[in-house]
Design a protein around this ligand. Structure first.
Ligand code: C6P
Length: 410
């Protein structure tokens, strides 16, 4: 399967208005896709259409607009379920994003499942969003947080992961793709290993959904979380997928309107799935925008997207490594479109600031993964992250800007 041809990239880019602006008078090179992706016009239009003509509260109204919006919202739930191959739409819970999805899960499991003397297993490459909630649950409930070590390439040490599974943690919470290193965890294998020991698995798919196809049934993960804004959708919308067994057992995390069935001053019974976990007025526009983003993404073959991003990454690596003092942080055999680096004698944030003035957007710092920075003994890195609309010209723009910035700083 071939990566995108130049004319295909041009066609893809034509959908993204943000990519066609100038920044400081320079052509805009956007390589901060791991933080958030730009939005296609169709997603922007969907938000405008909802607020222009369809705005109404859902599941509550008998009037026309409310019924239309309710139908569109529930159709979107089905689209999300199909996108990750969940077996039923009621296994899709809408949240604000990956962070809220993990907090929902942690807030629910801590009430009945993660108790004193238990353990939660994570890897050393987790984003704070899939670390701090588990750390805090462990602290609150006198449980233990187990951390599978990373090797020098930035891969999870699977022998150590297996050793820690022998301690019988109650949950393994692992990222699919590291936002700080680009390492792709062999999640299917890790889930198989965990299940062999009877350990359920949460996969943080925040960096995966826009770059690789996801089939939660094939992965057999118990939980899967992601954010809309990292896959061309709006901000403020995300998903928690869980196997039905868990959703039925889990108590609600937040209380309020819509998640209830019968309420008296003495007692409350809760609504059926998935509404039990969606208290209050939801982000309807966000959900509709997410559906449009998925429809947009579905026009392209995920394998071609992955191949394209990989090709860009390889070309960028080749060029960047010619810069004296360049040091990659994260050199996993299996990696996705993220390059994290430091350059001897320079500070990452200085490079980031200088390349920004040349029109190149990258992220610098610890990328909300401070333990990863500690592991590699760096204060932070410069991170370039790719998406389907990036081009060879972006790679060249990055290379020239970093080279110039390094010369200026030395
Ligand atoms: N990483 C980055 O620049 P939210 O913020 O809830 O949409 O996603 C949190 C999150 C969870 N897991 C992983 C692997 C992530 O990469 C992120 C978000 C952004 O790398 C913002 S810190």
């Amino acid at each position: 399967m071939k990566p995108f041809a130049d004319n295909e990239i041009a066609e893809i880019r034509s959908h993204f208005p943000a990519l066609h602006q100038k920044v400081y008078g320079k052509p805009f090179v956007y390589l901060d896709n791991a933080a958030t992706t730009q939005k296609p016009q169709a997603v922007i239009d969907r938000l405008v259409a909802y607020y222009s003509l369809e705005n109404s509260n859902i599941h509550r109204g008998v009037h026309y607009l409310s019924q239309q919006a309710t139908q569109a919202y529930e159709d979107a739930r089905q689209t999300v379920a199909d996108f990750i191959n969940a077996s039923a739409a009621n296994q899709i819970i809408f949240t604000k994003g990956t962070t809220e999805s993990v907090n929902l899960l942690a807030g629910s499991l801590r009430q009945f499942y993660l108790l004193e003397g238990d353990a939660v297993l994570i890897t050393g490459m987790e984003h704070h969003s899939n670390l701090v909630p588990w750390q805090q649950v462990c602290k609150q409930n006198q449980a233990e947080l187990l951390v599978a070590a990373l090797n020098d390439k930035g891969e999870t040490d699977l022998d150590h992961f297996a050793e820690l599974l022998d301690k019988k943690p109650k949950l393994a919470a692992i990222t699919h793709i590291s936002n700080a290193l680009g390492s792709v965890n062999p999640v299917k294998e890790m889930i198989r290993m965990a299940h062999e020991k009877g350990v359920p698995v949460l996969v943080d798919g925040a960096q995966a959904v826009a770059h690789t196809s996801i089939d939660v049934q094939e992965l057999d993960c118990d939980f899967f979380v992601f954010s809309g804004h990292k896959m061309f959708g709006p901000m403020g919308i995300g998903v928690l997928y869980a196997k039905a067994f868990w959703l039925q057992k889990m108590p609600p995390w937040q209380f309020g309107g819509e998640m209830v069935d019968q309420v008296s001053f003495e007692e409350t019974t809760f609504n059926q799935l998935p509404f039990k976990f969606e208290a209050g007025t939801p982000n309807v526009a966000g959900v509709l925008g997410l559906k449009t983003a998925i429809d947009f993404l579905k026009q392209y073959d995920m394998e071609v997207i992955a191949k394209h991003e990989n090709q860009l990454m390889q070309q960028a690596l080749e060029k960047l490594l010619t810069i004296p003092g360049m040091r990659l942080i994260g050199e996993a055999e299996n990696r996705a479109g993220v390059i994290s680096f430091v350059v001897d004698g320079t500070h990452p944030s200085d490079i980031g600031t200088l390349v920004d003035k040349m029109g190149v957007a990258v992220r610098t710092g610890h990328h909300c993964a401070q333990p990863v920075m500690t592991r590699f003994d760096v204060p932070g890195t410069v991170r370039a992250s790719f998406a389907l609309y990036n081009s060879l010209a972006d790679v060249e723009g990055l290379f020239q800007a970093v080279k110039k910035a390094v010369m200026m700083l030395r």
